[in-house]
Design a protein around this ligand. Structure first.
Ligand SMILES: [Zn+2]
Length: 498
């Protein structure tokens, strides 16, 4: 409700809900806080922290920031609030939060946490609040904790699709390199929360790596959370689906092969709606006289730097291709265009048709100059298809490969390929061919390659002395976000590489 109040005020200038929620925050401040006689507590499902910072931006009221800081600083401190609560009232709801406390991230003070633990949405909402408070208060120790959480996440615990939270049980993180493709959770909300966290980090210390992670989550798991017609939604975002197993195996019943219309706990659909409706917040951040463009989406943006009011127009079909044209308005400011990590430095940059040797600083090509109205900056990023391999400790993906193009991860679907997809193999020598198909799945770049698949060779024994036969097939990869729009069927992101 606080986030809604701040968003509604920002969009309309109307204060009614903002004033109500300001009184609510002041009331909470009379009940919870460090002072004697108040509860020394914090929420079981974090989110109020980041919402209070939004309220702080909307109102300038220092109580908002004080309360957000308190919730973050108190979390996990001895004596621990939920231990006291659980003793005071032994019951189901109290037990749920009890030891070791990592389910709701109160197992240690937040500055001592090195990895995202427990319920993935809670963990990432907390991390977002931590980054927000670190920025607003200049707290380096808190920012350091955010950096550690980020490093652990991207190097050990995030799916190639930007999905997070690998276990259905507790909708949670488990341990490093545990990334099962078929029993996965990867809630849509968790990847949205990852976008929140990355945006909070980008607003604190612009670094293209945060934008890379945000883009991965956005273009893969987040938008896969919704069908192409916008009517159906995924809560769980698997990287491998076998519809019969989803129907009959208790450990995969949560992995649905088609998007349902709605959920009993319908957090993901509206979360996705607000993410997409506020996408401009993620596309740009400003710092001093620099405008950082993190995402490339066609449209026009009005932005304020320290000294200038700037209008930027972006024309692009990215990520269908890697060609981005930005038209600037007059003024003296720096334009920092993100050079995505996936292009491995393969990009060109021109201003009004002339090649520019821009410095790449923290993942951004920075052009600082006195701009004239209508100056045209063209950034061309290499989005040729590539094979992506996974760290050898991820057991599920050993000997396998995934295919990606630009920020978009691809998958094989039964509608285009012979099954079982588990029997498909992509030779390491096979070339990846791209083709734009305007009338398929809303307009996609399809990738095809020569491969093989295991076939029925007439031997029905479960165990045998010779390997089953293979035959050559043409493999067709589609963007992951477009899967499950053609009925129930097998799907896989990873394929064996031979
Ligand atoms: Zn959700």
């Amino acid at each position: 409700m606080m986030e809604a109040a701040a968003a509604y005020y920002t969009a309309t200038g109307k204060r009614r809900l903002l004033d109500i929620m300001t009184r609510m925050a002041h009331h909470i401040d009379t009940v919870i806080g460090p002072e004697e006689g108040k509860l020394h507590g914090y929420p079981g499902h974090e989110e109020i922290e980041l919402a209070l910072v939004s309220m702080y931006h909307a109102t300038g009221d220092p109580v908002m920031l004080k309360l957000a800081s308190y919730f973050i600083n108190e979390r996990g401190r001895e004596p621990r609030f939920f231990d006291i609560e659980a003793e005071a009232r032994e019951g189901e709801s109290a037990r749920r939060y009890r030891d070791p406390g990592d389910y709701a991230q109160w197992h240690k003070p937040v500055r001592e946490q090195d990895s995202l633990e427990g319920h993935s949405v809670r963990a990432l909402y907390l991390a977002t609040g931590m980054a927000d408070v670190a920025r607003e208060t200049g707290d380096e120790t808190l920012l350091d904790a955010c950096r550690r959480l980020y490093e652990n996440l991207v190097h050990r615990r995030m799916y190639i699709t930007g999905g997070v939270g690998s276990s259905h049980y507790g909708e949670r993180f488990t341990f490093d390199y545990d990334l099962p493709n078929d029993t996965v959770y990867a809630e849509t909300c968790a990847s949205i929360a990852l976008c929140f966290f990355m945006r909070a980090m980008l607003s604190t210390e612009p670094d293209g790596r945060y934008a890379d992670t945000m883009e991965t989550a956005l273009y893969n798991t987040c938008i896969a959370g919704m069908s192409l017609d916008g009517h159906n939604f995924f809560y769980v975002n698997p990287l491998e689906v076998w519809p019969e197993a989803s129907r009959k195996s208790p450990e995969r019943r949560h992995v649905l092969p088609v998007r349902p219309k709605w959920f009993g706990c319908a957090c993901c659909p509206p979360n996705l709606a607000r993410l997409i409706m506020s996408i401009g917040k993620y596309e740009y951040v400003t710092d001093g006289d620099t405008i950082y463009q993190n995402l490339y989406i066609a449209g026009e943006a009005k932005l304020k730097t320290e000294h200038a009011e700037v209008t930027l127009r972006t024309e692009t079909k990215y990520p269908l291709d890697g060609d981005i044209l930005v038209t600037a308005s007059a003024g003296e400011y720096a334009l920092a265009l993100r050079v995505p990590g996936f292009c491995r430095g393969k990009f060109t940059l021109t201003v009004n048709g002339e090649a520019v040797n821009a410095n790449v600083e923290y993942g951004y090509a920075v052009i600082r100059r006195e701009w004239r109205d209508g100056d045209r900056v063209r950034l061309t990023i290499d989005v040729s298809p590539r094979r992506v391999y996974t760290h050898y400790k991820v057991r599920e993906d050993a000997g396998k490969v995934a295919v990606a193009r630009g920020p978009v991860v691809y998958c094989l679907e039964e509608a285009d390929n012979e099954t079982p997809l588990s029997g498909v193999s992509l030779p390491s020598s096979s070339e990846l061919f791209c083709r734009f198909v305007p009338d398929k799945l809303g307009g996609i770049v399809e990738i095809s390659a020569d491969g093989t698949v295991l076939v029925d060779d007439g031997d029905d024994s479960l165990y045998r002395d010779t390997p089953p036969k293979r035959k050559p097939v043409k493999l067709t990869f589609i963007p992951y976000y477009t899967w499950a729009n053609r009925g129930a069927g097998e799907m896989t992101v990873y394929v064996r590489e031979s």
